[in-house]
Design a binder for this molecule. Sequence first.
Ligand SMILES: Cc1ncc(COP(=O)(O)O)c(C=O)c1O
Length: 369
Amino acid sequence: MARRAAEHRAQGRHTVDLTLGEPDFTPPGHVIAAAQEAAGRVLGYSPANGLPALRRAVRNAVKRDRGLEYADTQVAVGCGAKQVIFNAFFATLLPGDEVIVPAPYWASYPAMIRLCGGLPVVADCPAASSFRLTPQALRAAITERTRWVVLNAPGNPSGATYSHDELAALAEVLRRNPTVMVLSGEIYAHIRYDDREYVGLAQVAPDLRERILLVDGVSKAYAMTGWRIGWGLGPSDLVRAITAVQTQNCTQTAAVSHLATVAALEGPHGILVERQATYRCRRDAALAILRQSPHLDTMVPDGAFYLFPRLATGDDLAVADALLEAGCATVPGSAFGAPGHPRLSFATDITTLKWGCRTVVDVLDEVAS
Ligand SMILES: Cc1ncc(COP(=O)(O)O)c(C=O)c1O
């Protein structure tokens, strides 16, 4: 849809792009300064699991932000969270192994699982269950072939997070299924709008830590998508396997980015709070417009920068086409395993966002009339 939006623009048609899955900010100034300084140093090949300073910064950050302690041998680094996830699936999945993926999902999860020979098993988590995996749905999806379950919170595209009790209930099911690993995708943990402290499964169920790979990175929180640094924290044997895959597919992620990430994690964090406030303003402005439409039911996202309203009627693919024709590019929910929803990103300026949301409301009126 982003490509089609760009084509429309190239033809001179007014088109706003609400498809973006990345912040519209630059990285913090001290990160850019650190990268400039690093670029002047001799930086050769560095360890596949990251420079020691990077691993240390990651461990300190997860201790500061989540109260979790990890050893140096429990940190894997890749070209973004994406490569860490891919490496983990590549290192562990045998043909036909199943991975439970709650829907709506980030489209790359099932694609990566398939590329690694596994079978994505989609567990529907509709708007009625606030887009969260329930213990019943988890239990029903587990089979003898289940190798992993993916938990992603705040979720892309739903923005949903789990409470402590909801995670505790999922942990109970996992305790009864000791061979199932958990991939906890926490890349949006710094972009949240509730005042609760962030909790992930590793905090709620420390006894399951040996089965959890906590995945995070600098892409979303620090607006560093192009810098390609993500990490996985988990049991040492899994981290060793992930690092072995990393070594043979691209050696390491760029060392300049390692040092920029150290600066991001260790530097001042005020800018994250400011940006969170900006996202919140945008979210609320977009919600105020979308809620005027009788054809949409929009849940308030707890985190991330997407709105994922439910269409009262209509096919999300046709609606996405109609919206694009009217000048607003969105992503149809079918891409996330949840037809019947458009996804609107609010990682864009407020004028563009408001114009796009008004277009959505108008187009749905027209479609319904
Ligand atoms: C849930 C989720 N995980 C990971 C990523 C990718 O992160 P990275 O840029 O660190 O590879 C995305 C990007 O859209 C995402 O939505």
